[in-house]
Design a protein around this ligand. Sequence first.
Ligand code: GSH
Length: 207
Amino acid sequence: MKLYGSIISPYVARVVYAARMKGLNLDAEMPTNGIKSPEYLQINPLGKMPALDIGNQAIAESMVILDYLEDAYPQKPLLPADPAERARARLLGRIVDLYVMPQGNAFFGNLNPEKRNADAVQAATTAYRKSLAQLEHFMAPSAYADCALLPCLQMMGIVTNLCGVEEDFKDYPKIAQWWSSMQANPLTQGWIKEYDAGFRGFLRSRH
Ligand SMILES: N[C@@H](CCC(=O)N[C@@H](CS)C(=O)NCC(=O)O)C(=O)O
């Protein structure tokens, strides 16, 4: 198996962490000429990372890749056994992708304090907090949700913070509890440091 992408992408990071939880040796590597190169578009015409080459085909979309790993490597399951809890774990991945992550774009566009549009940051903060309240409603811990959510909420934490927005999840008790359990767990603590260093390095390289 070959995983295309860079760990600075939260979508790639969630796959790397899921693989690690399953004891698989799967590190991400960028396609030689980038994700818009004709060679990579042959592998993944979406032109996005990640893509997982499994030999006879490549799988795109991080949550689909996560589900593939879960099916193909059922040892150390990430999903709970109960069907309703499985649905709930998958729902959290869907909510973070569809409702939380889109709010990141406005923060990304306003990282430079000299060019920052305060109204746009305020509007994005309101939308981000609304999406956190939606996530909070469905929040339930599972290894699958840990992988799906952690790099995304970390990335959001970094870009919001750089825009002067402090979000400690105190209005979202289930997320707050989960977040502090991630900081206390030696495994996920390591991921947090790794992702933080990689993503901040990426941001520095852009300026
Ligand atoms: N829904 C996709 C999102 C992947 C995605 O947007 N990846 C970003 C990197 S964080 C990317 O490849 N962006 C390049 C582009 O959209 O042109 C997934 O879950 O895999």
